[in-house]
Write a protein that binds this ligand. Structure first.
Ligand code: EPU
Length: 337
């Protein structure tokens, strides 16, 4: 066998949580051919694989054995479609927010509410990124994957991706089996702003452009969410829980102000941030970690801590919410390795 081609890499700054991590082998393929070569090498040497994107929704352990692959193909282009429609092709390594800015700058509608979500395009479908009343699945037309087992390319429809709230087939049946290499988005040159969520409508003028919506979304996010470049975090640490109607009613009887969102199946989605806040935990600091003081759904890392300590801290937060409200919180960021 040839000398080992993919050297180790310190990944301590590769995730927005800033947890210390060493990868045994690391590859950043800049083309499909390079990706396929890295997969073939891993197969030949029996290395386990870990995929990395922008690292904004990931908890890294101290050591990752085998090969860590961070797709680095980062091209994107616009293809004219029927009438006002356009197709936008974006490769996995494109920074999501940079794409959103560029598309809004071109007057294209569809992704403006998803501004300032950290991470790369290739990771966006995994948790079906969503914010301000819009989810990626609403604009996704197709995506390309490469099978980790044999390096073969395939295209998938949104139906095949089984998108849900912060969920997709890539967290389930296809977890650890494919790498997403390209997104195709269906956008429009003519559109209408979607301003129904929270105070978004109050932040823009009449008939805003996509860029004005992007700026309003960025302003709201900057108000509430910590910038990972200044304070390490992985965005929402818990999903908003969906509970049985009877439980929601009992909780509403205690506090009619509780934010609640009835779901089509009769259950009710609650705001995890509110539940944590009302449990008196907002701003709590314990050791190297804390609950953010402006958005209780976000756990922050002050530096020096480990993944195990973070998970134990999150467990304590979830337990307090369970004791107080009888609601179980589910972790949102994925554990690597
Ligand atoms: N709330 C509190 N205290 C808090 C946080 C929230 O009382 O500390 C209340 C708010 O006042 C509001 C409700 O809870 O009534 C919901 O809060 P918010 O509108 O801020 O949204 P969220 O449900 O906390 C979700 C997403 C965010 C996304 C926003 C806006 C999840 C897990 N999180 O948060 O996504 O930006 O909606 O659409 O669904 C992320 O995934 O990393 C993320 C930031």
């Amino acid at each position: 066998m040839n000398p080992v081609p993919y050297p180790p890499r310190d990944l301590s700054s590769a995730s927005t949580l800033g947890l210390p991590c060493m990868a045994e082998h690391f590859a950043a393929p800049a083309s499909l051919a390079e990706l396929q070569a890295a997969l073939a090498e891993a197969r030949a040497r029996g290395w386990p694989l870990t995929l990395l994107g922008g690292g904004s929704n990931l908890i890294l352990p101290e050591r990752l054995s085998g090969l860590v692959i961070r797709p680095a193909m980062a091209g994107w282009w616009v293809e004219e479609g029927e009438g006002d429609r356009v197709r936008v092709h974006a490769e996995a390594g494109v920074v999501w927010h940079d794409l959103v800015m560029a598309l809004a700058g071109q007057g294209l509608w569809g992704t403006e509410n998803l501004a300032l979500i950290p991470g790369h395009c290739g990771a966006a479908p995994i948790q079906n990124i969503g914010a301000y009343g819009v989810e990626l699945s609403e604009v996704l037309e197709a995506l390309q994957v490469v099978d980790l087992a044999d390096g073969r390319e395939a295209w998938m429809t949104p139906q095949a991706c089984a998108f849900g709230y912060r969920d997709s087939v890539f967290k389930g049946r296809l977890a650890g089996r494919v790498v997403i290499t390209r997104l195709v988005l269906n956008l429009s040159r003519r559109g209408e702003a979607r301003l129904g969520y929270g105070d978004l409508a109050g932040r823009v003028g009449k008939d805003p452009t996509p860029l004005e919506v992007v700026e309003a979304v960025c302003a709201i996010r900057r108000d509430k969410l910590p910038d990972p470049a200044r304070l390490a975090n992985a965005g929402s640490f818990f999903k908003n829980p969906v509970v049985e109607a009877a439980l929601a009613e009992r909780l509403l009887a205690l506090d009619p102000e509780m934010p609640h969102f009835p779901q089509p199946d009769g259950r009710v989605k609650l705001a995890a941030g509110w539940l944590i806040d009302q449990s008196g935990l907002k701003g709590l600091c314990e050791g190297h970690f804390g609950v953010h003081d402006r958005q209780a759904l976000v756990l922050v890392h002050f530096g020096g801590g480990s993944a195990a300590e973070l998970l134990a801290f999150a467990e304590r937060v979830a337990r307090r919410v369970l004791e107080r409200f009888g609601v179980a919180l589910e972790r949102e960021p994925r554990l690597a390795g």
